[in-house]
Design a protein. Sequence first.
Length: 267
Amino acid sequence: SIQINPTDFTNLSLEAHDDGVWVVTLNRPTKRNALDINTIEELVTFFSAAPRAGVRAVVLAGAGDHFCAGLDLIEHHDEDRSPADFMHVCLRWHEAFNKMEYGGVPIIAALQGAVVGGGLELASAAHVRVMNETTYFALPEGQRGLFTGGGATIRVTDLVGKARMIDMMLMGRVYSGAEAEEVGLAQYRVEGSSFDEALRLARRAAENLPLSNFAICSAVSHMQNMSAMDAAYAEAVVAGVVNTQPDARARLAAFADKSGARIRRND
Ligand code: 1HE
């Protein structure tokens, strides 16, 4: 296992809890947490290390009233990038977001205010999204003469479907409230603190065995990229490893001796 040192980070603030839940906060509220190069590099660093550093679940949050305003447009403007330069910027975004999606550590995004452009790309690389009454989602790239470069064509399309994704980009359509939840942009919608709800969910996920969470938060995404035949094969291999893990024996024994919780309806 390896160590993550919070003092190595400037654009992210990191807080480790005793139960293995880490709170990772985008910490440039005066810039509405716009994603500059340094923030992306810190996301790469953290999420590359997290699976080997005993991180059991992550709450991904944004400081201030807005989760994230997307690509740092001022940096992009000032740098006056060449096509090759910007391609490499996008590849670093993919590096960060792939480490998140495929890393095997559950990531719960706590969303408030703007979740726009690259901010939505970031949120869609988390495994669970929590919104509140202030949260709104949009892809303003079209209006700004831009295109998505951080995986929205894949991940936002997976969330809402192709027709809605294209509509969001063409029209700058903004989703909020119940409608945003219904189209699949968030799985949880609360009144009040999305952070508190995300933390509750992260703690719950952290109670699962790490190897189960690893499979859930990496295998499902990998399998989506495979043929059905290969996915079924990979699923059998993953289940072979996970479902025979020694740590699961106590949980199975508790079911067998009837001390383990039964699954009941909520009402
Ligand atoms: C920024 C950015 C940014 C704010 N890059 N600096 N994303 C967008 O098109 C969203 C652009 N941002 C906005 O629409 C608004 O800023 C917000 C709705 C997010 C917030 O509004 P508001 O009124 O609270 O703040 P503001 O006055 O607009 O901005 C406050 C400061 O944040 C200001 O800086 P200041 O130094 O003048 O105080 C803004 O410049 C700064 N700021 N957003 C840089 N995005 C891999 S491709 C991905 C493609 C994309 O993501 S395109 C970007 C889409």
